[in-house]
Design a protein around this ligand. Structure first.
Ligand code: AMP
Length: 818
């Protein structure tokens, strides 16, 4: 028969034996709880053991149980059954409250688990005591299979250094068990106490037994060499007739004595310790139900012995007499740091009965004290750790708040700087927005919406849009000449008064065209300043002196688009109209709508631009249908009433917009309102960027602060444009991402169509907070993963510096076509 290698394996192999509460404490997430728990434990140990708390796996904590502490196999015989066993040396006295057992695989040989077992224990390694429960039963029900862990509370608990498990089997055979012990170190060092056994009281006909029913030593005239109820960690109730368990007789929790049996008026108790200690105090839990003739002791006198002789000078203590409260209590007896290995105390009666339920000792300046000291150190260490963690959390919270405040402050400071510069403030009426707003939901007034964001609810002064322009229409207010330049480290900015040559004055090359040579053909649309008409411009080619056939229009008279300022336009609108002329007159790129001439000598003011046959890109795409990849090359054929367009053509359009924007960025020019609605479509899918009504120079645009009540294209705007009023090339890149998304969805729906305006602003806040809650526009069905992830999403990066440049976007799109 194969012999079982180990009958008892303590600890390490069965970590999962830990009771649920203990196991939970092992989770890291509960670390703080654990620390607090350990603190409680440390504090508890200092006074007296609390069996509820004292439930640590002794084989695991601190590695108390080493392999060598499991003794060689021993064999002893009781009754007819053979018993094999090893005892465990815990190295010091422990208070053991719980035992866990589990079977082991024995390859089918022998019993793989113990169905029943007994426990013997010893404090000194020589005299062994068989454990029994409070009702005298010695056998503990063990495992019913080889796998499950069975936990048994030891009632009463054991105070021992050595523990031996004895499987109870019907046959002589080898039994494998895995065992874990739970408890804590027994810091009292008390090996035994000797007392006269308790007496029986008859209270109103009721038998009340005050004997020490779990005493594990010898009982003759006195109880000797054992421990029992006075050290079981169970404190008696105020009413001694009741006990913690209803299963026991009245008086169960107390050991008590009748004064009449002690002619000298005191009960003598002798306490033996594991070694010489310095005793600071003794705690005695006493009943004080004086209405039934029970009182705590009147006086105690303790004698000390370190060697063979009792020392001459005892310590005497008289507790304050309590004639008011009948509650049971601990009385602390100071022992004056006396050194002893044995203490003899004489407790004097103050009434007919004296009942004790617990006695505990505190000693110092010895190993126990060192343990206490180490507990104190652990306690202090844990407190320091908790404080450090809390401080770290507070610092992180404060840092976040300070960071947000700095952000807001910086925004305000920039606004102040603008104002301090005392630059001319111009307001420009946006009749375009005013007039089309009821129809077009692309522009929103965000001030009220932004205030809903907690970070900005207190700090939107810089976004506080003033009353409308003089015509009452929503408008932007702008500082006209201020410019901020990026400093060399490119992370900070400094203000420089730069000469804005680019915008200053009128372009001498922009010539006045004779208005009478314009022949009205039809109305193309209505814009921010007024109406846009298709006109014939007689002699325009001669007038310009250049070949416009490159632009794809060599007809004569030339067809042009004429944008006219409304006759009732106010001064601001007029100024802005002239400013757009100034801007456009300097832009010359195949993908920017070209300004050909102006009529500004007399009213109404007109700007003459090249004519784009297919109108704006949004309307144009709206009327198209995407051609499936396997369909023929693009034909202007009608399918379901709609022309078809291929993905390649769409990307071709995006390439042109990127090219136009690349040109603008080379001039440090911020468009601010890039969207399909602001791009025009000519012949053969030629795309040109138009609508420079909102455009500004980059540097000024960097710090442009919206001061008036403005309508903003919030669904195209970057988070920093909405929240900080900051417009840059990078915010144009953000808008390009949205424009690309519009193109690839053929403008069939508005961006974030499922979100209300408020939700769009909230989403902007999420981009700002970047806690992963921000919602991105979804990948259009025809959009390849690479374009979506590498290009579109990169345009919407929170960090503006991490967004691609138009140069990069342009190349990337071109490459994707290759
Ligand atoms: P705008 O004021 O520039 O936004 O123009 C208003 C509308 O007029 C646009 O949406 C176009 O439909 C039309 N439009 C403006 N400029 C042109 C142009 N150069 N060629 C063709 N249509 C134009």
């Amino acid at each position: 028969m194969r012999r079982c290698n180990e009958i008892y394996t303590i600890g390490a192999s069965i970590k999962n034996l830990a009771p649920r509460g203990v196991r939970e404490m092992r989770l890291k997430i509960m670390e703080v709880k654990l620390i607090v728990f350990v603190l409680l434990q440390a504090v508890t140990v200092r006074s007296q053991v609390n069996p509820e708390m004292c439930r640590y796996p002794l084989g695991m904590t601190g590695g108390q149980i080493q392999d060598e502490d499991i003794s060689a196999s021993s064999h002893w015989s009781e009754s007819t059954a053979a018993r094999f066993g090893r005892h465990v040396d815990l190295r010091s006295l422990h208070f053991i409250t719980l035992v866990g057992t589990q079977g082991r695989h024995a390859d089918g040989m022998g019993n793989e688990f113990a169905q029943r077992y007994r426990i013997k224990y010893s404090r000194d390694g020589s005299s062994w005591v068989g454990w029994h429960d409070r009702k005298g039963r010695q056998i503990i029900e063990g495992n019913s299979n080889a796998y499950d862990v069975v936990l048994k509370d030891l009632e009463p608990p054991i105070i021992a250094r050595f523990v031996r498990f004895m499987p109870v089997t019907d046959h002589s055979m080898i039994v494998c068990m895995r065992v874990e012990l739970y408890g804590c170190e027994w810091l009292d060092g008390l090996m035994s106490y000797s007392i006269p056994d308790g007496h029986q009281m008859i209270y109103r006909g009721l038998d009340v037994f005050f004997n020490d029913s779990v005493y594990d030593g010898a009982s003759a005239e006195r109880l000797t060499k054992g421990l029992g109820q006075l050290t079981d960690g169970t404190w008696g109730l105020d009413d001694f007739l009741h006990s913690h368990s209803y299963n026991f007789w009245p008086g169960y929790d107390y050991v008590g004595w009748n004064n009449r049996s002690f002619p000298r008026g005191y009960v003598e108790m002798i306490f033996e310790f594991d070694h010489v200690r310095n005793f600071s105090s003794m705690k005695v839990h006493c009943n004080n139900m004086f209405s039934r003739g029970v009182r705590m002791f009147r006086q105690v006198t303790c004698y000390f012995r370190s060697g063979s002789e009792w020392e001459a000078d005892p310590v005497t203590f008289r507790p304050a007499v309590d004639r008011v409260s009948q509650s049971a209590r601990f009385i602390t007896v100071p022992l004056g740091d006396r050194t002893a290995s044995t203490i003899k105390c004489r407790f004097h009666f103050s009434d007919l009965w004296m009942l004790f339920s617990e006695v505990a000792f505190q000693s110092g300046d010895d190993p126990t004290h060192k343990v206490d000291d180490s507990n104190t150190r652990i306690l202090i260490g844990c407190l320091v750790a908790i404080i450090a963690i809390l401080l770290a959390i507070i610092v992180i919270i404060l840092w976040r708040q300070v960071w947000q405040k700095m952000l807001e402050k910086a925004s305000r400071r920039m606004l102040d700087d603008e104002l301090t510069a005392r630059l001319a403030i111009q307001t420009r009426a946006f009749s375009f927005h005013h007039s089309i707003f009821p129809l077009c939901a692309d522009y929103q007034e965000p001030s009220r919406l932004i205030r809903k964001l907690p970070e900005f609810s207190q700090s939107t002064e810089h976004l506080a849009f003033a009353a409308g322009g003089s015509d009452g229409a929503p408008h932007y207010a702008e500082a006209d000449i201020i410019s901020l330049q990026e400093s060399s480290d490119s992370s900070t900015y400094s203000i420089t008064a730069v000469n804005m040559n680019f915008f200053a004055g009128t372009d001498s090359s922009m010539r006045e065209f004779p208005r009478q040579k314009l022949t009205f053909k039809e109305k193309l649309g209505e814009g921010q300043f007024g109406e846009v008409h298709l006109c014939e411009a007689e002699g325009m080619q001669d007038f310009l002196g250049e070949d416009l056939s490159i632009e794809g229009n060599n007809e004569s008279p030339l067809l042009v688009a004429v944008k006219t300022l409304r006759e009732d336009a106010n001064k601001n609108a007029r100024n802005d109209f002239l400013k757009e002329i100034r801007i456009m007159s300097r832009l010359r790129d195949p993908n920017i709508v070209r300004l050909l001439a102006v009529c500004v000598d007399t009213d109404p003011l007109c700007m003459i631009t090249e004519y784009m046959e297919n109108g704006d890109l949004n309307q144009f795409l709206c009327n198209l249908r995407l051609k499936a990849a396997d369909e023929d090359e693009i034909k202007q054929e009608e399918t379901e009433g709609k022309s078809m367009v291929s993905y390649t053509t769409l990307i071709g359009m995006a390439v042109q917009i990127a090219s136009g924007m690349k040109y603008l960025s080379s001039l440090n020019f911020v468009h601010r309102d890039l969207a399909t609605r602001n791009c025009l479509v000519g012949k053969k899918y030629t795309i040109k960027i138009a609508d420079f009504g909102m455009s500004r120079n980059l540097y000024r645009g960097d710090y442009y602060r919206i001061q008036g009540r403005a309508v903003l294209p919030i669904r195209w705007m970057s988070w920093e444009s909405i929240l900080l009023g900051k417009f840059t090339m990078a915010s144009d890149v953000w808008a390009f991402g949205v424009t690309l998304w519009e193109i690839l969805t053929l403008c069939k729906e508005q961006p974030y169509s499922q979100l209300s305006d408020e939700q769009v602003i909230e989403n902007t806040g999420e981009f700002f907070r970047e806690q992963g809650k921000q919602v991105y526009l979804p990948k259009p069905p025809c959009c390849p993963d690479r374009i979506y992830k590498d290009l579109m999403l990169s345009c919407w990066r929170r960090n503006a510096k991490q967004r691609p440049s138009f140069q990069e976007i342009h190349s990337q799109l071109l490459e994707s076509l290759a």
